[in-house]
Write a protein that binds this ligand. Structure first.
Ligand SMILES: COc1ccccc1CNc1ccc(C(N)=O)cn1
Length: 246
């Protein structure tokens, strides 16, 4: 069971991604709980302002600290125990390892900014982590929050149909996915590799490992260095590097 508290000025953005398919089922099964909080409800001025101009001048508006602080106090998230994550381009880059680590928590608070920046006190006094989903700037932290909720929720036991599909993720082994096929075995002259139709599990497993190594080496050699390859892997990789057609 994992509970997400999401603070945003556009909570309605979350209706559809969390209102359909796996994430909806996960909520119905009580495996994942997602609570949305509109930061605007925690403003006290007449205009319900959640942003303001930066001291010292300069363009762009910043997310104000008070509304976020009031919302966090209402949620009652213990800053020492609960990840309070600001989604921002300056954050730690999100990956499968970060998703695995976060899936061990029972509560996660996500702060979505919608401006060019945030008051520094949000980073230093309220949030205890900053995460970026990649090196690009979006109009707000909402889409990054959805990406994080999706990637973390699917690791919660019971969310995915068959348990092994989460663990069988290529990236969880640090390799890219091997080629996959399903029926029909022949379509418009496009066939399926014989080995996959052979029912020979040992051969299929090594074919898959070799194809994953080949694909990773060709597309993401940076991932290869991170792997602790077995002797068998090295043999397969050597064959791949020699352009072994098999
Ligand atoms: C506090 O939010 C901000 C702070 C500074 C700039 C933009 C924003 C909002 N936009 C974002 C947020 C996250 C990501 C990301 N790469 O994860 C991309 N754009």
């Amino acid at each position: 069971m994992i509970r997400f508290d999401i603070l945003s000025t556009f909570p309605e953005m979350f209706d559809s991604p969390f209102g359909s398919s796996l994430l909806k089922k996960a909520q119905e099964k009580g495996l994942v709980q997602i609570r949305l909080h509109n930061i605007r409800d925690y403003t006290e001025d007449r205009h319900r302002m959640t942003d303001d101009a930066p001291y010292g001048g300069g363009g762009g508006m910043l997310m104000k600290v008070e509304p976020v602080d009031k919302a966090l106090r209402e949620i009652g998230a213990d800053r020492e125990a609960v990840p309070i994550i600001l989604l921002t381009p300056q954050g730690q880059v999100f990956n499968q390892g970060v998703a695995e680590e976060l899936s061990a928590h029972s509560r996660i608070v996500l702060l979505c900014g919608h401006y060019e920046g945030v008051d520094e006190r949000i980073r230093t006094k309220l949030a205890n982590r900053e995460i970026s989903i990649g090196d690009y700037v979006l109009t707000g932290g909402e889409l990054p929050a959805m990406v994080l909720v999706d990637a973390v929720s699917r690791l919660v036991p019971g969310v995915l149909g068959n348990a092994e599909s989460a663990s069988a993720d290529s990236l969880s082994f640090g390799l890219l996915e091997y080629p996959q096929y399903t029926r029909p075995s022949e379509y418009r002259g496009w066939g399926v590799p014989e080995v996959l139709l052979s029912g020979h599990h040992k051969l299929i497993t090594s074919w898959r490992r070799k194809e994953a190594l080949k694909r990773t080496w060709l597309r993401r050699p940076d991932l290869i260095e991170k792997l602790d390859l077995t002797e068998e892997d090295r043999k397969l990789l050597r064959e791949v590097m020699q352009g072994d057609p098999e």
